[in-house]
Each structure stands twice: as C-alpha cells, then as structure tokens.
Ligand binder design. Structure first.
Ligand code: RM4
Ligand code: MN
Ligand code: MN
Length: 427
C-alpha cells in the first residue's frame, strides 16, 4: 500500500478545525513567553529520524514471538513500510540498514524505490554478533576482539563489505556495535581484548571513505553478562579518539546501567565534538527496547535539552548526530509503535527548543536552584503537540498519525496484500 495525497487530505479534513484552534492557542501562549511558534515548527519540519530495517516486524524475546500479520517479508516491503510512516508523519525520511539481515541485492532498484518514497540511507549496521550459515569461523567467543587473528580478519572484512553496500546506496556512515565480551571472570584478558578491538577498528577505519563517519556503540552487558569489550561511553570515546576525526561515539538510550545520567554523557561528548549518533528507545530494567518516551519522558526531555544546547553552542563543531529509533515491538503493531516513538522524540525536541535559555543561564549564574528547575519544568509541562501537528500539516503529512493509520485501515490493507504469516528478518 502507498499513501496518496487524497488519503492525507481525507483524514486532515476531519481533524483540521480542532487543530487550527489548538495551534492558535498554543501560538498565543508561546508568544506571551516571546517564543515564535512558527520558528519552532520550521525546526521540527527539518528534523528527520531514521528507522532501522530490523524493527518493522514483530520483535520478540527469547521466550517467544507473536506476529502482527502483514509484516514486510523483504527489504522492498520494509522500505514501503517506512514510506508509509514517512508519508503520514513526514519525519521518518531515512532508513538504517542492517547487514546481512537486509542485503540490497539490486542497489540501483532499492535506491530508486527509496527516492520515490523520499527516503535516504542513514548509517549502515554490521553484524558480528551472530554466525551466518555460510560463515567460515564462529563469533561465539568474539569478533573484532577475538583471540584468533583469522576471526578478527573475517569480522574486519565483514565491516568493510558493509561499507561498500552502503556506498552503493549513498549512505555516509557505519555503526559498529560489538557483542564481544565475557560471561565469566577469567574468560578474557581485558587489555588484550580491547587492544585487539582497537587494531581491528583501525583496519576498518583505514578503508572508510573520506566523507564517511564511523560510530562506535557501547553497551554494558548482554549478550555477555560479566564484561563487554566496549562497555561504556568512555571506552567508546577512547577508541574514537584513537581512530581519528571520522570516528564518533554512539549513544543508545538502553545501553546504560540504571540511573546513569545520560544527559551529562551527551553534554561531555558534545563538548569534544564526538557525539556521532543516537539510538532512541525506552526501558525500565535493561535494554528493553520499548517505545521511546513510554517510561521516562522527562529523561528524554533532559537529554534533548543538552542536545539542543550543544547544537546551539557548538564550539567543538559536533556534526549533527545521526538519529535512529532502535526499539523492538513485541506487543504493539510495529508501525503504530514507531509512530509513537517518532512523536515522543519530536515532542522532547520541541520542548527543548522552547526552554528559556537566557533565564536558565541567569539562574545558574545566581545559583538560583529553584528558578533553574522552574524554567526546565515549565518547558516540559507545556503542551507542544499542536506544534508537531502543524509541522506535519505544513510538510504534507497527517495531523494525527495514529488516528489516521487506524482510519485508513493500513494494517488490514497490509495483511490483505502480504498475508498474516509473513516474518520480517531482524530482532
Ligand atoms: C543491540 C544494539 C544495536 C543493534 C542490535 C540489533 O543491542 O542496540 O544497535 O544493532 O541490538
Ligand atoms: Mn542500538
Ligand atoms: Mn540495544
């Protein structure tokens, strides 16, 4: 199914009256605080978030997986699904491909399809955390960090291959997430594993095209439970610095131990211009990969507050980070779940954009703790949803994407087209 402009118009005709009224009220409210609502709307219109190719089907846990029906069975269908998301929201104009789950067999055709849907290719993702059918050596005991040089070589070559798939599509970055680590004390020599990892990354980096970036993702545990080689932002930062100015740290919200101050990590990385990418999700206990903003929306907002501050005061020339949703959809319709995540991310962004920066700065200069908190919470408690709706409307999307998705019976259409037992590759 492809969304046509008459679909959009059909739904917007129902919602426009209420929206116009809400937008007018919000605009007046913000004007009283000397904030130009239209300027915020323009920024929102520019803000695009990548969808990973592995998150369009139902996810699962190690205990089970329950299909939604109508899942995309191949890369073309996955692109079509992102096309649906983008047509409704005008904010999902990028795909992040995972190799080998989604190898583009015909790069030209895939590129053509993506451009018809107004979608670009964001970071490529390599996979050395699973063994593939025809693979010579196993990653059971690691990949880039492996004790055996042949395994490391195989993993390096895989990453280089991923870069060349990306080049054919016009992508400009690769994300390396390593599962490498150990589950028991004594299993690994930490220093040797880290040193091997650095050397392997250097080999990949040497093949990185001049206009590419390499993102290093970290994670404290899982699938190994005692140590991971790249356990935290400090290790990632160290590796990125060793590699050079095309290497950056990637922050995944789910890859921290409980109560880690992620917003401060963001601030520190931007201070040095080393924040390359962002994976959004939410969690209660671990790397739960839940819908963005479903558990800790205030934390998300505080993170955006640092991102906006960092980009507005970009002394270290931090490039604009690659934004991606990295969630898994076990219960909800994946497309609805992704729409909710997109909404939550943009909500936090909009709230961060309306923070009274001067007031906050003054409060900090005066050590006025109460006022500092008031200012931050005032923005968080402002209902900015009409701004998001207006941004979508102006970009040709729908005012209320979830309602429109239901109104247009999109899932039923997909089930009709693809059947109810298709299974998407991915998590
Ligand atoms: C990891 C990590 C990576 C993603 C894999 C599938 O936990 O978040 O970004 O590629 O999952
Ligand atoms: Mn991730
Ligand atoms: Mn993860």
């Amino acid at each position: 199914m492809r969304i046509q402009s008459f679909h959009i118009d059909q739904y917007n005709a129902i919602a426009i009256k209420v929206h116009e009224n809400n937008y007018r009220i919000t605009k007046e409210l913000l004007a009283q605080k000397s904030i130009d609502a239209d300027a915020v709307v323009e920024k929102l219109r520019q803000f695009q978030i990548a969808i990973p190719s592995w998150a369009l089907g139902a996810g699962g846990t190690r205990f089970g997986r329950f299909s939604t029906g109508g899942e995309p069975g191949n890369l073309e269908q996955k692109l079509d699904d992102i096309g649906l998301l983008h047509a409704l929201t005008r904010s999902a104009g990028a795909i992040s491909l995972h190799i080998p789950w989604d190898i583009p067999r015909d790069a030209q055709a895939i590129k053509q399809q993506a451009s018809e849907l107004d979608i670009v290719f964001d970071a490529m993702n390599s996979n050395t955390f699973q063994d593939q059918k025809d693979q010579a050596l196993s990653y059971k005991f690691g990949s880039l960090s492996h004790i055996n040089a042949d395994v490391r070589k195989q993993a390096v070559e895989h990453n280089i291959e991923v870069i060349s798939y990306g080049q054919a599509l016009g992508s400009k970055s690769i994300t390396v997430w390593l599962a490498d680590g150990s589950s028991f004390p004594g299993q690994l020599n930490f220093r040797r594993a880290l040193d091997n990892t650095l050397r392997s990354l250097q080999e990949i980096y040497a093949q990185l095209p001049a206009d590419w970036q390499l993102f290093i993702e970290y994670k404290p545990y899982e699938p190994y439970f005692y140590s991971t080689v790249i356990q935290d932002w400090g290790t990632s930062f160290l590796l990125a610095n060793e590699l050079g100015n095309k290497a950056y740290t990637l922050v995944d919200l789910g890859h921290h131990l409980h109560n880690t101050n992620i917003e401060q990590i963001v601030s520190t990385l931007m201070y040095r211009g080393k924040l390359g990418g962002f994976h959004f999700n939410d969690s209660k206990y671990g790397d739960d990969d839940l819908t963005v903003g479903s558990i800790k929306p205030y934390q998300l907002y505080l993170i955006f507050n640092e991102l906006v501050y960092g980009l507005e005061n970009n002394t270290a020339q931090n490039p604009s980070p690659a934004w991606m949703i990295d969630a898994s959809h076990n219960l909800k319709d994946p497309l609805e779940d992704l729409i909710q995540s997109l909404e939550a991310i943009r909500l936090a962004y909009a709230q961060a954009l309306i923070v009274d920066r001067q007031g906050l700065w003054d409060a900090q200069l005066n050590n006025d703790v109460s006022v500092g908190q008031e200012i931050l919470q005032d923005a968080f408690r402002t209902d900015v949803r009409p701004l998001l709706q207006e941004a979508r409307l102006r970009s040709g999307g729908v005012i209320e994407p979830i309602k429109a998705y239901r109104y247009l019976n999109i899932r039923q259409q997909l089930i009709k087209e693809r059947g109810s037992v298709t299974v998407a590759t991915g998590l």
